[in-house]
Ligand binder design. Structure first.
Ligand code: AMP
Ligand code: ZN
Ligand code: FE
Ligand code: FE
Length: 273
């Protein structure tokens, strides 16, 4: 049962609907996936409905963005109750602030000579929580840049000239929220954050796993995080972080395929929390 446990849909900044994701997963030979939209749960149910029809197990997941002064820490949650009231109230608040943030980013971009209508950006994100990739898409559509990389590198990357933060949880709050919703909390793409010194605190806060297998992790980085998982008694997960085609992050759905053994351990972790 090969599994890919990190996938975005149109309910955040992915470009495929949950229904399309499930079909693509089946085509890629995956039998288990997790939908892990940024700060939202609305893609889970449609993926699960379609998954049960065509034989793809869909784990209810989420990716919560948290921030230190130096970097972002993404906390993944698996087997969450998507109807948990605390989780829903937090994600609603984050989503509202993500909308306000689009206006603030557009103001900063205007001072840099880029004139975007924030409403255009919000029409691109549609039903999904708006994020920087939607801003990049609007910049691309208006001809200001030639690819997503240019938008991030020159303007909206973390602490870049048009970067604006949004209301975020602390990593501890994110872990608490996931656990309160019955989920297993996992440190997402740790080599991307490159901030190993937070791990002991995260473990003390209830972190249960680490995403050692990730599309952009080099083999030596994967090995490093497998060792840290052993050291701290963490579950090992992995995923592609697929966002769709031509969105700057070139990651193929199913590029990471976790074996049964790791999924079974994650499921046991769910019950043992
Ligand atoms: P946000 O959650 O709105 O702050 O946007 C973060 C998302 O932007 C990430 O999850 C990626 O999908 C995307 N992203 C971040 N950095 C880059 C980059 N350098 N190139 C393309 N996409 C990126
Ligand atoms: Zn994203
Ligand atoms: Fe992430
Ligand atoms: Fe992600």
């Amino acid at each position: 049962m090969p599994a890919d446990l990190h996938i975005h849909t149109t309910f955040s900044d992915g470009t495929n609907t949950p229904e399309e994701i499930v079909k693509l997963a089946k085509k890629a030979g995956l039998t288990t996936i997790a939908i892990t939209d940024h700060d939202g749960v609305d893609g889970i149910l449609p993926a699960q409905k379609n998954g049960s029809e065509i034989g793809v197990e869909v784990i209810a997941g989420i990716e919560l963005t948290t921030e230190t002064t130096d970097t972002e820490i993404h906390i993944l949650g698996y087997f969450i109750d998507r109807q948990n009231p605390k989780l829903l109230s937090a994600t609603t608040k984050i989503r509202e602030d993500r909308c306000k943030r689009v206006f603030k980013i557009c103001e900063k971009l205007k001072k840099l000579g880029i004139d975007l209508d924030p409403k255009k950006v919000l029409s691109i994100s549609g039903e999904g929580a708006p994020g920087r990739p939607h801003v990049a898409r609007a910049m691309l559509d208006a001809g200001y840049i030639k690819d997503f990389k240019e938008a991030f590198r020159g303007y909206i990357e973390f602490n870049g000239p048009a970067y604006v933060s949004h209301y975020k949880l602390s990593a501890k709050e994110a872990i608490d929220l996931i656990r309160d919703a019955g989920g297993v909390a996992v440190y997402g793409h740790p080599a991307v954050s490159n901030c190993d010194d937070v791990i002991p605190d995260l473990v003390a806060a209830g972190l249960a796993g680490i995403e050692a297998y990730y599309s952009t992790h080099r083999p030596a980085q994967t090995e490093h995080y497998l060792k840290l998982a052993e050291k701290y008694g963490l579950l090992v997960t992995g995923g592609s972080d697929y966002h769709g085609e031509r969105v700057g992050k070139e990651s193929r759905l199913g590029v990471i395929q976790l074996p049964d053994e790791l999924i079974d351990k994650l499921k046991a972790g769910e019950n043992g929390q």
